[in-house]
Design a protein around this ligand. Structure first.
Ligand code: NAD
Ligand code: ZN
Ligand code: ZN
Length: 348
């Protein structure tokens, strides 16, 4: 194999460049993966914008990875060269209460530790990672498998947390129909009988939502709340579940203004907004009584296997825009400008 490979790295806070780096080797318990596809997640923009020190630099970005097993490190069993796989991106400590319950996304000792977050990710021709992070994808296209590992898994996990409330005939509002949101709509359509209301500021995103199975679409603007209320009815009724895949002040305001009494708010987007909570039944309330708020993080390995199963039976299809590795910086620029619909996927 070549000594050097091409990688797209955050070389310093805010700086994304394609560089040549030595090809990593698979350490004990690791595999070297030939990267087949990597999703371009909005979280990478938050990582690039984060204050210095929060994430290590230089680091190869890319935490939504699928590929084929290239080399097995010492002690790895159960995998063979050429196996097509998806990567579970979180690396929990393995010993805390969250990890022991199989919820590495709730690991209590390693705050967001993961591939492309705390160690080199997949925006490269090869990446070395623990064999324990691999899941079989069978004959699923790698460009489809990659987005399942985050854009699919994160909303799937959020929906799992709210599943008891997602009874037939209830309504669920999804705000932000981008990479995550267009998968959320499909997961709701495939696994529930709820009325799906999609909200986005962008008309193309709303068209995508309709194609993915949304029953109603609402363009975000000054009258978002009124338009959603026309569909879900007046307070104290409303949307049983709201999934906010943006997380800025205006979307959080929409979310708390349309949720029903006893409803659930799932704050998935990391847009930097603040949700005020005042536990008093005054007028106007910050939130209805009995509302619960969850801040879901990514998902579990078991849930990823279920997401892959939905993909393999054709119930979950990422709407992908493919870019070669050397155009990855351009894909991030387009994402920042709101010009990517569905998921941009880099194919090295
Ligand atoms: P994306 O850029 O693909 O999609 C965002 C969508 O929101 C776009 O369609 C955009 O038009 C829409 N939007 C933006 N501002 C809006 C507004 N004010 N009102 C209505 N719609 C608006 O992003 P993505 O990759 O889907 O990620 C979404 C968010 O989720 C990001 O903040 C990302 O960091 C976060 N995220 C969280 C987790 C987690 O575990 N909690 C995991 C992955 C991503
Ligand atoms: Zn992500
Ligand atoms: Zn842990």
């Amino acid at each position: 194999m070549e000594d050097d490979l091409r990688a797209v790295r955050m070389t310093a806070p805010g700086a994304l460049e394609q560089v040549e780096v030595p090809t990593p080797t698979a350490g004990p318990g690791e595999v070297l993966l030939a990267v087949g596809a990597v999703g371009v997640c909005h979280s990478d923009l938050h990582i690039l914008d984060a204050p210095p020190g929060l994430f290590p630099t230089p680091i190869t970005l890319g935490h939504e990875i699928a590929g084929t097993v290239h080399t097995l490190g010492a002690g790895v069993t159960g995998w063979s060269t050429g196996d097509p796989v998806a990567v579970y991106g979180i690396i929990g400590c393995g010993t805390c209460r969250g990890c022991l319950h199989g919820r590495e996304n709730e690991c209590r000792t390693v705050p967001p530790g993961g591939i492309g977050l705390s160690r080199d990710g997949g925006l490269a021709e090869y990446v070395a990672l623990p064999a324990s992070r691999l899941l079989h994808v069978g004959n699923l296209e790698l460009a489809q498998a990659a987005p399942l590992t985050d854009a699919g898994l994160t909303p799937y996990h959020a929906i799992e947390l709210a599943r008891p409330a997602l009874r037939p005939g209830t309504s669920c509002v999804v705000i932000g129909i981008g990479g995550l949101g267009h998968m959320a709509v499909q997961i709701l359509a495939a696994t529930t009988a709820v009325r799906i209301i999609a909200v986005d500021s962008n008309v193309a995103a709303l068209d995508l939502a309709t194609r993915m199975g949304a029953h109603h679409v609402v363009q975000a603007g000054p009258e978002t709340v009124e338009k959603i209320r026309e569909i879900v009815g007046p307070a104290p009724d409303g949307a049983d579940v709201v999934i906010d895949c943006v997380g800025v002040d205006p979307t959080l305001t929409t979310a708390r203004s349309v949720v029903s009494t006893g409803g659930r708010l799932l704050l998935v987007g990391l847009g930097g907004g603040t949700l005020p909570v005042r536990p008093v039944a005054d007028e106007p309330p910050t939130m209805p009584l009995e509302t619960s708020v969850v801040i879901p993080f990514w998902g579990t390995r078991a849930e990823l296997q279920e997401v892959i199963a939905l993909g393999r039976v054709g119930l979950l299809n990422a709407d992908v825009q493919i870019f070669p590795l050397d155009r990855a910086p351009e894909a991030y620029d387009l994402l920042r400008r709101g010009e990517i619909h569905g998921r941009a996927v880099i194919v090295p």
